[in-house]
Design a protein around this ligand. Structure first.
Ligand code: CAA
Length: 396
């Protein structure tokens, strides 16, 4: 089979988030602003907050476990872990997940970083591996905890979530098409120096940079033979907050000269916003949380429909590409489990949120054990001799 004739893409896609939730109304009250600034102005109602023993590894493992439960680990020879909120400067977070899930040793495991873009890099690398040998299966995990300083303007755009997806030949969910448009620009819109656990951001500049990158990536996508706007049925954007995707889609409609009214524009987008509105920003995972949200919440039958994706990672690197939803895709989804993952989170009050936020920064270089809190299947148990320890819980 030649590479060009081969259909490759996302075969399965699973979701996990942290097990606690803060209503953004509590943050609005603390900040003395109208809650509608967050609920409507930035388009976020809640944010997931990791418990003391949850992090990118526990969320990533919980998402990936659902993939392995259904497909087994046989044939998965590559695990790509995409994250902005890495937990070690050297070792891939994926190696911890590989171990927690009992995957075989004949596997390459690596972590990828470029702010919120790296899961898309992982997808493209995975497609290449499968195109070269269609027997290959690649497990991609994207997992992030979005953190800004307390009392900063970025605080309402925090959150936490993970996705895991399996990239194979003859995919059951979304075939990814080959044409892409790329745009890279060396800017300081959002970044996190090695000595900080919270991101720095130039808020308004980051919004403008995102939109400029969309124009650049779309332009190259079209120049390289990508389909016209009118041949794309739905759109899925990186969602640092859902209003950003609305702004982006409005911009794309304008630059493509599509002339759609508000209702038509929102019909192409709205279903993709449902889940992110409740998780908050999940950096690398957010665009694929958006894809899952679209597939689960759009009432139309999307089989055979084309989705346009815009992936943006500050700093900045971005990509526009497309995929076609596969017949029978609904049978692949875990709609009830994903709804439960959001609905069953434990609501926390503002003081506990602040304490958890501060605790992440409190320990450096000392041994410690975390409180047993998560109801999830995996937990971060603490650090001993500078090594992070993870374990399965009794809920596993
Ligand atoms: N009711 C309804 N809407 C209200 C309102 C009210 N009572 N009060 C204010 N609003 C609206 C405002 O009109 C505004 O809407 P528009 O942008 O559509 O005009 C919106 O609420 C936000 O108000 P402000 O711009 O005044 O808010 P802010 O200055 O406090 O900051 C922010 C907003 C810049 C997004 C800030 O939260 C931030 O810096 N976030 C982090 C940066 C970020 O997410 N950047 C996105 C691009 S970079 C990227 O994508 C990578 C990544 O993941 C970080």
């Amino acid at each position: 089979m030649t590479g060009s004739a081969l259909r490759v893409g996302i075969h399965d896609l699973a979701f996990a988030t942290a097990h606690q939730v803060l209503d953004l109304g509590a943050l609005a009250e603390h900040n003395g602003v109208d809650a509608n600034k967050y609920y409507i102005g930035i388009g976020q109602t809640e944010m997931s907050v990791p418990a003391a023993d949850e992090d990118i590894v526990t969320m990533g493992a919980q998402a990936a476990a659902q993939i392995l439960e259904r497909h087994g680990a046989d044939g998965i020879r590559t695990l790509l872990f995409a994250t902005e909120s890495g937990i070690d400067q050297s070792k891939s977070a994926g190696v911890f997940v590989h171990s927690l899930l009992g995957m075989g040793e004949n596997c390459r495991v690596v972590e990828l970083k470029q702010a919120c873009y790296s899961a898309t890099a992982a997808l493209q690398f995975a497609l290449g591996i499968v195109a070269r040998d269609p027997r290959e299966k690649v497990l991609v995990i994207a997992s992030d905890v979005a953190r800004y300083a307390l009392d900063s303007s970025g605080e309402p755009t925090q959150g936490a979530a993970a996705v895991a997806f399996l990239v194979t030949a003859d995919p059951a969910l979304v075939e990814i098409e080959p044409v892409t448009g790329l745009y890279t620009d060396d800017i300081a819109d959002f970044w996190r120096p090695n000595y900080l656990s919270t991101a720095l951001v130039d808020g308004k500049f980051s919004l403008a940079a995102y939109l400029r990158s969309l124009e650049g990536a779309w332009s190259e996508y079209r120049d390289r033979g990508g389909v016209g706007f009118d041949q794309i049925d739905r759109f899925c954007y990186h969602q640092p907050f859902t209003k950003m995707a609305v702004k982006a889609h409005d911009r794309l409609v304008t630059i493509a000269g599509a002339g759609l009214d508000r209702e038509a524009r929102r019909a192409q987008l709205d279903a993709s916003l449902e889940m992110n509105r409740r998780t908050g920003n999940s950096y690398t995972a957010s665009i694929y949380v958006g894809l899952l949200s679209l597939l689960e919440h759009d009432d139309a039958d999307l089989a055979g429909r084309r989705i346009g994706f815009f992936s943006y990672g500050s700093g900045s690197v971005s990509e526009f590409f497309t995929g076609v939803v596969q017949p029978g895709y609904r049978a692949v989804l875990r709609v009830d489990a994903d709804a439960r993952a959001l609905d069953d989170r434990a609501p926390i009050g503002f003081p506990r949120y602040r304490r958890l936020h501060q605790d992440v920064d409190a320990v450096a270089g000392e041994d410690y054990a975390t409180a047993v809190e998560t109801p999830g299947p995996f937990r971060f148990a603490g650090v001993s001799e500078h090594v992070r320890r993870y374990e399965r819980t009794t809920h596993a």
